[in-house]
Design a protein around this ligand. Structure first.
Ligand code: PLP
Ligand code: TYF
Length: 395
């Protein structure tokens, strides 16, 4: 029955990680997969998460089934985090999902089955899994101009021109902060322009926010979402707690629909529940309980935010130090990209040959084409990495 199956292409980011793990060079550096590592090179267990887990363990929760949409208290906290402390739940439908990826897959099913959408526009470039998730759900994927890798700049005018030419109702996926893979974001003024175009052209934004807190802060990174919501734009928001609470393996995210009025939101919630029920029935409970515990307790919420601030600051320090090493060493690479881009990633502009040499000669792993995951840097390896990049990119 299964004998006709052929080997599948491996996920390029995961394969790179495996190659890194197999590498026996003691100086190896992993700047590939999008994970936050601390100064010691470990995935952190945040103190806020540890304390919430201890509290949950003391309380003792039997492992019954949660509601199909996850807990209502968790959903209310997600809405505050995304749309601001004072947001009214009226007009919003939020469901807990299996990570940010689960939110995107649920959004794809909803767009296809309930809004009869057959297409979606993704930024060029974008996270590779976007194409796979939407195509896998039967939508045709198109791209809109986003980043010029030669000039190292956002293609803002070309992007607007594309949006202006889209048919009414077209779905556009936007990264509100910390664009993956380029690290290049829109300014608040550019977001306001995009939102105006979305309104005029009656486009439907799907915001994918997987790195809230890693750009300029939890509030600042939500600018686009809040501006769209204030403008009364209907939209979808997929968010993830994988990175900003380091809950990767617990698979926690949410999908929120901004629907305008309470009746529409209630109908939308019903549609999402139907889609969840028929695919995996209900979400896992533990991650949602942890985040609900943190976000509903002032002290834990404050602790989480301060830990996230420290993670963001550490990445920033690594950016500044690497950029200044490259500048002082006379690298031909545009060090300003590393310095100025936001979030976990930099699109360095390193070419395939340079990437290959970094990997073969120095055991330094980046994702093609030239995406560096900054948190893989720490005080023990940053000078080694700077010297290696200088060696492959001296002018
Ligand atoms: N969206 C983007 C842009 C991402 O980079 C990621 C993961 O890295 C996700 C969504 C999905 O996150 P999760 O691991 O929570 O499924
Ligand atoms: O872009 C990245 O590196 C992250 C991590 O199947 C990741 O998205 C990579 C592959 C994958 C899931 C997460």
């Amino acid at each position: 029955m299964f004998a006709h199956l052929q080997p599948s292409a491996a996920d390029p980011i995961m394969s790179l990680m495996e190659a890194y793990l197999r590498d026996d060079n003691p100086q190896k550096v992993n700047l590939g997969i999008g994970l936050y590592y601390d100064e010691q090179g470990n995935i952190p267990l945040m103190q806020a998460v540890r304390q919430a887990e201890q509290r949950l363990l003391t309380q003792g929760h039997p492992h019954g089934y949660p509601p199909i949409e996850g807990s209502a208290a968790f959903a209310a906290q997600v809405q505050r985090l995304l749309l601001g402390e004072e947001v009214s739940a009226c007009g919003l439908a939020t469901v807990q999902t299996v990570g940010g990826s689960g939110a995107l897959k649920l959004a794809a099913d909803f767009l296809r089955d309930y809004l009869s959408r057959e297409e979606i526009w993704l930024s060029d470039p974008t996270w590779a899994n976007h194409g796979a998730i939407f195509a896998g759900a039967g939508l045709q994927t198109h791209s809109y101009p986003y980043f010029d890798d030669i000039a190292g700049e956002l293609r803002f005018e070309a992007m607007l021109e594309c949006f202006n030419g889209l048919p009414a109702g077209a779905v556009v996926l936007l990264h509100p902060c910390c664009h993956n893979p380029t690290g290049t974001d829109l300014t608040p003024a550019q977001w306001r322009t995009v939102i105006e175009v979305m309104q005029q052209r009656r486009l439907l934004p799907l915001f994918d926010i997987a790195y809230q807190g890693f750009g300029d802060g939890l509030e600042q990174d939500a600018y686009a979402l809040r501006a769209a919501h204030r403008a009364g734009l209907d939209c979808l928001i997929a968010n993830s707690f994988s990175k900003n609470a380091a809950l990767y393996g617990l698979r926690l995210g949410a999908l929120t629909l901004c629907c305008g009025d309470a009746q529409t939101a209630s109908n939308a919630q019903g549609a999402l529940k139907t889609l969840i029920r028929r695919s995996y029935s209900c979400p896992p409970t533990h991650g949602g309980r942890i985040m609900e515990t943190i976000l509903t307790d002032d002290a834990l919420r404050h602790l989480w935010r301060s830990e996230l601030d420290a993670m963001r600051d550490r990445i920033r320090q690594m950016r500044l130090r690497l950029a200044s090493g490259l500048e002082q060493g006379g690298s031909a690479l545009d060090y300003r990209r590393i310095r100025d881009q936001r979030g976990m990633f930099s699109y360095t502009g390193l070419n395939p040959q340079q990437l290959e040499t970094l990997r073969q000669r120095y055991a330094i792993y980046l994702v093609a084409p030239g995406r560096m995951c900054l948190p893989g840097l720490n005080l023990n390896n940053i000078d080694y990495v700077a010297d290696a990049i200088l060696a492959v990119s001296r002018s």
